[in-house]
Design a protein around this ligand. Structure first.
Ligand code: HEM
Length: 501
């Protein structure tokens, strides 16, 4: 058969197939040849842009954005990294191309955490999808079906916070330690069940200590994530990091083992029980199932919750207290709402729906503070186009959620204005809330969001129910954050007076 015979009637299907294939190849080649490489600033050899980012990379990112637009490329040590900025582009990419950015880069720290098999640091594959489905459904069930447990724990935590605040007798004090212990205690009891006096529990005290040590190490970042060849200079630090991870994993497994001795499917007590109920549902065992997930991997999600749900919530609540002291008129609005809707009884999670001012204040605080400014690093799973630029598979991608919350679309961007989230009837404007992206979007969206939102609401409404928060005379607040894994407020003091009802 000659080449042209292919077009004879008997071969029409083959002919169509080849014609379409040829068109696809030509169009793809044309697109690729026209595709622009991602623009970006000049950087140093070997170390790239690391020395140029300063103490607060968010400022430098804003500067680069003004020059190069929403999508630009920098070099973080050995990793080519694309930063995706701005409300429009971040939402579009996470809405329409989420799968293309759903992996995590193989940083040394991520690899040292159970070789990237935990949920948070996992590669993107069917195993991850089931792992995540289970983790999300456990949080959702806890915050809805078991919301009474959540409320009881938080009410106890509120009592501790309020007593501690009022004990200061109106004098200036730093609320940092009290808040950190309360949010740590909440996430710990969510994972392992309500304790009578959790602050005397050795396992809890170890969890808080490990977390502080971990934060201390993580604060400066792990230089070998970005510059692996520097490993020999940081041996001690790396050993300390690995030991912390190993010890925390050992304590967690011991605690889980003890709890499972009394597991009863009909009496769910905490996240460990809920995870166990999913292990039964999906029939997972010690050996990996067909997609590679084991019972142990699922129980390990407790480590993801306690790692990701502690510092974030603590910093979010610390920002809220700071804004309440700085903007007493907003605090008064919330207290009026509390008086009208709650009166003398305890606040419950169901009150969220009827307290739009309180909700709007929490959302505005998350927007303005930008607690998790860059989320966690993503990695491109394939060659993919964004705004006409080709991002290559394996490129590290940072989504700049801080830029989303501070984009031009928000009028008076840097002002604290909770009312921006309310419509003319005083109801919450859902689409505006969705635009903030404090919890990210798409495949890697925070699975703890529903719990965190309930937690912040119950803490804020209950504390303002009982306390008047004031800025100390003579104290000027610096409202710019400190950049790290989370964006924290600088240390500050408040004064607290008891509210009489
Ligand atoms: C105010 C509190 C919180 C904020 C602002 C927050 C925000 C975020 C953000 C931005 C991400 C990263 C998304 C990305 O990859 O870009 C994330 C991931 C995650 N968060 Fe949260 N979070 C909060 C509380 C919680 C809580 C309470 C839990 C657990 C109960 C939790 C569990 C997780 C987990 C497990 C991940 C990793 C998800 C994955 O990689 O699939 N978070 N969170």
């Amino acid at each position: 058969m000659g080449v042209l015979d292919i077009f004879s009637s008997g071969n029409m299907d083959t002919c169509w197939f080849l014609t379409i294939t040829a068109i696809v190849i030509v169009v793809t080649k044309a697109l690729l040849s026209r595709s622009k490489s991602v623009p970006g600033p000049w950087g140093f050899p070997i170390i790239g842009h690391l020395p140029l980012l300063g103490k607060n990379p968010l400022k430098q990112f804003e500067h680069y954005r003004a020059i190069y637009g929403d999508v630009y490329k920098i070099q973080l040590g050995v990793w080519p990294t694309v930063i995706i900025n701005g409300h429009h582009t971040v939402r579009k990419v996470l809405g329409e191309q989420s799968d293309s950015f759903a992996a995590r880069p193989a940083f040394n720290s991520f690899k040292s955490i159970e070789n990237m098999t935990t949920l948070t640091f996992s590669y993107f594959n069917p195993r991850y999808l089931l792992h995540r489905k289970i983790a999300s459904s456990v949080v959702r069930e806890y915050a809805t079906k078991h919301s009474k447990k959540m409320e009881e724990i938080l009410q106890d935590e509120v009592d501790v916070i309020v007593n501690e605040f009022i004990r200061q007798n109106g004098k200036p004090f730093d609320p940092h330690k009290t808040v950190l212990e309360a949010t740590g205690s909440f996430i710990y009891q969510f994972c392992y069940g309500k304790g009578e006096n959790v602050r005397d529990d050795d396992d809890f005290l170890k969890y808080i200590k490990d977390f502080n040590d971990f934060e201390e190490i993580a604060k400066a970042g792990n230089p070998t994530d970005l510059l692996p060849w520097m490993g020999f200079l940081f041996q001690k630090k790396i050993q300390k990091f690995n030991k912390l991870i190993k010890d925390a994993t050992k304590s967690r497994k011991k605690k889980i083992g003890e709890l499972l001795e009394t597991f009863d499917l009909k009496h769910i007590r905490h996240a460990v029980d809920l995870l166990m109920s999913k292990i039964i549902k999906y029939e997972l065992g010690d050996e990996p199932n067909e997609i590679g997930l084991t019972k142990n991997d699922v129980l390990g999600v407790v480590g993801d919750y306690s790692g990701a749900g502690f510092d974030t919530s603590a910093k979010a609540f610390l920002w809220l207290l700071l804004y309440m002291a700085e903007y007493p008129e907003v605090q008064t609005k919330i207290q009026e709402e509390i008086e009208e809707k709650i009166g003398n009884r305890r606040v419950t999670a169901n009150d969220r729906e009827q307290m739009p001012w309180t909700e709007a204040t929490i959302i505005e605080s998350m927007r303005l503070a930008g607690v998790s400014p860059l989320g966690l690093p993503h990695c491109a799973t394939e060659d993919v186009f964004v705004n006409g630029y080709m991002i290559k598979k394996g490129t590290v991608v940072l989504f700049n959620y801080y830029s989303v919350g501070h984009d031009k679309q928000w009028d008076d961007t840097f002002k604290f204005k909770p009312e921006r989230f309310l419509d003319s009837e005083g109801k919450l404007n859902k689409s505006k809330i969705e635009s903030v992206l404090s919890f990210s979007a798409g495949r890697r969206r925070c699975p703890g969001e529903v719990l965190a939102r309930n937690e912040l609401f119950l803490l804020l409404a209950s504390v303002l129910h009982k306390c008047q928060i004031r800025k100390p005379q003579q104290e000027e607040y610096d409202l710019e954050g400190v950049f790290g894994a989370t964006y924290s407020p600088k240390p500050y003091n408040i004064c607290v007076l008891s509210r009489e009802f």
